[in-house]
Design a protein around this ligand. Structure first.
Ligand code: ATP
Length: 268
C-alpha cells in the first residue's frame, strides 16, 4: 500500500510497562490502518487494546518499534510535536476524557476549535450542530453534572468530532448508552466513515464491531487474527487507477507516557 493511503502504521511495536515484574502489554504488533477505513479492535481484558489506542492516538510512545501517523514517525517527535499532531489529526472518544466541569455542554464541544483559531460565533454554531446530531440540542446550556452519564458521553463524542478529525479513536464508545442512543452513536460513526474519516473502535461488543469493515483480534499483546467482514457498507472511494480501494484491508505485517490530556488543561 502506498504510504499516502495509510492513516496509521505500526511496525513490530512493543510496549512494556516496567513494574516489579515487566508487563508486556504489546508484544510485536504490526498493522496498517488504511486511510478512510473502519476498524474494530476486540480482545479479552488486558490483551492490549487501550495500550494500542494510546499509541495510535500519539498519547504514548512504544518501548520498541515504529508508529507512523499521517506519514509521521511518532517515535521521532518530542512531546509538544506529538501533542500538535494529535490536535490536528485525532478525535478521541475515550471514557477517560472527562468534560470540563465548569463549562456548559456547548462550551465543552466548542473548545477544541479554539486551538484551530476558529472564531467564537463559528465555534458555537458548529458545537450546536454537533450537539443536535447527538440528540442534545436541548441540553446545550447544561453543565456536565446536570447531564446523565449517557448524555455526558454524547457531549464527549460531539467534542471529539467537532474539528472533523481525519482519525477518530473510540474506546468502548457505547459502554453506558442505552440501545437507542448506541444506535445513534454508531450511525454517526458510519456517517463520518462515509465522509472519509478513518475510524478505529475498541469494543467488547460483537454487534458494535460488526459495524466496522474488519475486526483486529488481540490476544496477550499480539494480533491473533484479522477478520474481514463481508458486505459491510459500500466500497470506500474506489480508485479507478489502481483498481484497489483504500480501506479494503488492514494488513498485519510482521514507553514512555507524556501528557495524557488534551482539552482538559486548557480553557476557553
Ligand atoms: N500504566 C500501566 N502500567 C502498568 N501496566 C499497565 C499499564 N497500563 C496497562 N497495563 C497492563 O498492560 C496490559 C494491557 O492493558 P490494556 O489496558 O491495554 O488492556 P485492554 O485490552 O484495554 O483491557 P480492558 O479490556 O480491560 O480495558 C494489562 O495487563 C495491564 O494490566
Amino acid at each position: 500500500m502506498a504510504s499516502s493511503d495509510v492513516a496509521v502504521s505500526l511496525e513490530n511495536v512493543h510496549k512494556t510497562y516496567r513494574l516489579a515484574e515487566p508487563v508486556y502489554a504489546l508484544d510485536g504488533v504490526s498493522l496498517e490502518v488504511p486511510r478512510g477505513s473502519y476498524t474494530a479492535i476486540m480482545g479479552p481484558s488486558g490483551s492490549g487494546k487501550s495500550t494500542l489506542m494510546n499509541l495510535v492516538g500519539c498519547l504514548d510512545t512504544p518501548t520498541e518499534g515504529v508508529v507512523v501517523v499521517d506519514g509521521r514517525d511518532v517515535t521521532a517527535l518530542d512531546g509538544s510535536e506529538r501533542t500538535a499532531l494529535r490536535g490536528e489529526q485525532v478525535g478521541f472518544v475515550f471514557q477517560t476524557f472527562n468534560l470540563m466541569p465548569r463549562l456548559s455542554a456547548l462550551e465543552n464541544v466548542a473548545l477544541p476549535q479554539l486551538f484551530l483559531g476558529v472564531g467564537r460565533a463559528e465555534r458555537r454554531e458548529r458545537a450546536r450542530e454537533l450537539l443536535e446530531r447527538v440528540g442534545l440540542g436541548d441540553r446545550t446550556d447544561h453543565l456536565p453534572n446536570e447531564l446523565s452519564g449517557g448524555q455526558r458521553q454524547r457531549v464527549a463524542l460531539a467534542r471529539a468530532l467537532v474539528n472533523d478529525p481525519a482519525l477518530v479513536l473510540a474506546d468502548e464508545p457505547s459502554g453506558n448508552l442505552d440501545t437507542e442512543t448506541e444506535a445513534d452513536v454508531l450511525d454517526l460513526f458510519a456517517e463520518f466513515h462515509d465522509a472519509g474519516t478513518t475510524m478505529v473502535v475498541v469494543t467488547h461488543e460483537r454487534h458494535v464491531a460488526e459495524r466496522a469493515e474488519r475486526i483486529v483480534h488481540l490476544l496477550d499483546g499480539r494480533i491473533e487474527r484479522i477478520e474481514e467482514l463481508e458486505g459491510v457498507g459500500e466500497p470506500a472511494r474506489p480508485d479507478p487507477a489502481s483498481g484497489s480501494r483504500p480501506g479494503s484491508a488492514v494488513e498485519p505485517k510482521g514507553a514512555d507516557s507524556d501528557d495524557k490530556t488534551r482539552a482538559e488543561d486548557e480553557h476557553e
